[in-house]
Design a protein around this ligand. Structure first.
Ligand code: ADP
Length: 729
């Protein structure tokens, strides 16, 4: 282990609060203590640093217990005018210096992080001034430095240097849940809803929320509206009505503008719709609801990873490197100099103010622009082209998984828009063998964006070699020229069977693609599969409820979660809920480990702990199953604590898909259709995957070689790199 470049660190949350900040604070505190640092918390942001005294508190391991699931920030946040003055910063520097603080982690927006950068730059002089004024003692040859790491706390997701900022995914959950709820009441009355979401200079929440909820029009600050935009909007909503849409949702970012650059009020949009089409139009301004509540699983994991990385960076680099922000880029932690991060983040707003909308969109990057294009395509009420490309068959196979429906919706519409004729097989391979093939039209998938399960029906039948000939006949009879299968390992194996027989069966000499959809997240060629995020959120919500039952009785819960032979869900649920122990199939369970764990449980409860969560992946061990572990621990707990077991079962699969899964599904689907078009005429068998930022199709046979058989999980799973973190925290 390298010697630490800092000795005492402070952590604060500042500016606008965002859900997930607590998880970041917890990770900073515990990682810092684990690495032997002294850790202080600064309450109420820069205000607390300036005031000092009781606002600065030394933190212990347990001072951050039970906060992971709480919204807002336990440290409080504030905006501080005094810190903008040199005098204010001098006071803050003196207060921190007195405690020996030489490193700081600031969780906040670009304002708060700029404050940190300035403090670090001025640190030596501020301290010299403070010493001259008698506020602190500083020897003449001392060369004090302050190491700074920022973490992006913003629900707007407007921060350069990170794919997601802390709080954005939770805010998206609020937006999408609200839109789903509005959709059901709007349908009953054929209403149009204008939903205003946060984002003064950033259309992320409106765009991603609109995409995930299946909105029918979006208005974002980065897009220049055409002079007659309102007529286009009205015409589009009217076309939708004629085609059978029962309601419409306009998703508007608060920073949307008229073509002349003036702010566009949501009430103005409502008046336009009311006057021009006589629609019963209502406005819902979502407001601070978006900031509130318990953080999503994604935000908890993100914050934990970034918090831990911030401490590592302080320890390894200290003040040797300039102040930097830790972000997540391509599913890996990445550092960006604060100066660059602030500059680039603010540049978008400047471009919008200057009327350079294309510049603003360019800065948002490709995937933002792709999403905007896709959303516009999806809001059509019919394809704009004739079918010229031949028949495409879509199958959902294996277990159904949340997010399959949004995937089908986007597959069908993007394919129709590319000139395919689209068909679906009912009930997976089983239905396909019985020739249950139905045409899918544009409006057939209306409303599927928010539905769980698969409207086509998925079937668990495993395809065998002797089925290949029959399927070939059916494909030939329906003149199927491309095949897309959405599903888990059963689907992948089925597709492989078909591909193996392509030489014997000319009807199988077509492009075939698999799209990963499984809550287990065990599929090859991809870091994420559709459904895993929903399942994880379902688990985490249930674990929160279990935690809420903590009472005077000391109690441990052993909670079994799904995953087959893959520990992804268990590991991530453990990370997101602060579980004490996690039992994974990748590691197995030994008697020795159980003895150790029981000993640790006893220690914890003796120290005053009231509740403990132990997560068991369903196939971690065939010997030590849920009941056995429960009984062993209960026996050993004696009078000190008792043990309950919970099998979360099928609730993990249910409910509407999470925003992350809906967006992932849409991205896979649209990339799959694009791939089919780009490789028209080729014969292949590939699977879609998201590795880092790259959305790509790889040869199925190559991808399957990544799998550890018979366990049906990746040989080198990326998530196991987080295992150490769960042990430390
Ligand atoms: P956010 O961090 O969410 O962007 P603000 O822009 O309101 O929120 O900044 C939060 C606090 O950070 C401010 O109240 C102030 O104390 C400090 N701060 C912001 N900008 C600066 C600056 N240029 N110099 C010093 N402190 C700043």
């Amino acid at each position: 282990m390298t010697e630490s470049k800092v000795r005492a660190i402070a952590v604060m949350t500042s500016g606008g609060d965002s859900p997930g900040m607590n998880a970041a604070v917890r990770a900073v505190v515990r990682m810092g203590l684990h690495r032997g640092l002294q850790v202080y918390a600064i309450h109420y942001g820069w205000q607390g640093a300036v005031e000092g005294g009781e606002y600065l508190k030394e933190m212990s391991w347990w001072s951050v217990g039970g906060i992971l699931q709480r919204g807002g920030t336990m440290l409080g946040s504030a905006r501080c005018q005094e810190f903008r003055t040199r005098e204010g910063r001098r006071k803050a520097a003196a207060n921190l210096f007195r405690l020996g603080v030489d490193g700081i982690v600031v969780i906040g927006g670009d304002g708060s992080l700029t404050g940190a950068r300035i403090l670090s730059e001025e640190w030596p002089e501020l301290l010299r001034e403070a010493a001259a004024l008698g506020m602190i003692e500083l020897s003449a040859n001392e060369k004090p430095r302050l190491a700074v790491v920022g973490l992006p706390g913003s629900i707007d997701n407007d921060t350069y240097g990170t794919d997601m900022s802390i709080g954005a995914d939770t805010a998206l959950h609020r937006v999408v849940t609200a839109a789903d709820q509005l959709a059901s009441t709007a349908s009953a009355h054929q209403r149009v809803f204008v939903m205003e979401v946060m984002g003064r200079h950033c259309g992320y929440l409106a765009l991603a929320g609109g995409q995930a909820a299946g909105a029918h029009w979006v208005l974002i600050p980065e897009e220049e509206l055409e002079p007659r935009w309102h007529q286009q909007m009205v015409a589009s909503i009217e076309r939708g009505r004629k085609a059978g849409r029962k309601h419409a949702i306009i998703m508007q970012a608060e920073g949307a503008r008229h073509p002349d650059g003036l702010p566009l009020e949501s009430t103005t949009v409502r008046d336009i719709l009311t006057k021009q089409m006589g629609a019963d139009t209502r406005v819902t301004v979502l407001g601070h609801v978006q900031r509130g509540g318990s953080p999503s699983a994604y935000d908890r994991v993100l914050s934990t990873r970034l918090g831990a990385a911030a401490v590592e960076s302080l320890i390894e680099e200290g003040a040797d490197v300039p102040p930097r922000m830790m972000g997540i880029v391509n599913n890996a932690v990445a550092a960006t100099p604060l100066i660059e991060m602030v500059d680039k983040s603010q540049e978008v707003g400047k471009r919008i103010d200057a009327g350079d909308y294309q510049g603003a969109l360019d800065l948002r990057g490709h995937s933002f622009q792709d999403q905007l294009r896709l959303l516009k395509l999806l809001t059509r009420s019919e394809p704009s082209v004739e079918a010229t490309r031949g028949n495409l068959l879509i199958v959902t196979a294996g277990h159904d998984s949340p997010g399959m429906n949004p995937c089908l919706r986007v597959l069908a519409r993007t394919a129709l828009e590319q000139g395919f004729r689209v068909f679906g097989a009912r009930y997976g391979f089983e239905g396909l063998l019985q020739e249950e093939i139905v045409p899918i039209g544009w409006m057939d998938v209306s409303g599927w964006a928010s539905m769980g399960g698969s409207q086509l029906g998925a079937g668990r039948m495993l395809l065998q070699p002797h089925h290949a000939g029959e399927i070939a006949k059916i494909l030939a009879a329906h003149d199927i020229r491309s095949l897309v299968i959405v599903g888990g390992m059963d689907a992948y194996e089925g597709l492989q069977v078909l591909h193996t027989f392509r030489d014997e069966e000319p009807a199988l000499q077509i492009p075939m693609l698999a799209i990963p959809a499984s809550i287990n997240n065990n599929l090859p060629g991809t870091d994420f599969s559709i459904g895993a995020d929903t399942a994880l959120n379902n688990i985490v919500v249930d674990l929160d409820k279990i935690k809420d039952t903590a009472s005077a009785n000391k109690r441990a819960f052993v909670v079994e979660v799904m995953g087959y032979d893959c520990g992804y869900l268990a590991l991530m649920a453990g990370l997101a809920s602060g579980a004490e122990q996690i039992y994974l199939p990748e590691e197995g369970i030994t008697l020795e480990k159980l003895v150790d764990d029981v000993r640790n449980l006893r220690k914890g409860f003796e120290r005053g702990k009231l509740l403990s969560i132990i997560i068991l992946s369903e196939r971690a061990s065939s010997t030590y199953d849920l009941d056995t572990i429960k009984r062993i621990m209960d026996e050993e707990g004696g009078d000190l604590f008792d043990v309950r077991s919970v099998d979360l079962g099928h609730t993990q699969l249910g409910g509407p898909p999470s925003p992350f899964d809906r967006i992932l599904a849409a991205r896979f689907a649209s990339a799959a259709v694009q791939h089919l078009c780009q490789h028209e005429g080729d014969v292949f068998c590939r699977c879609m995957g998201l590795r880092g930022k790259q959305l790509r199709a790889v040869e199925l046979s190559d991808a399957m070689a990544e799998i550890d058989w018979p366990y049906e999980r990746p040989r080198q799973p990326w998530y196991m790199s987080l295992r150490e973190l769960t042990r430390i925290l």
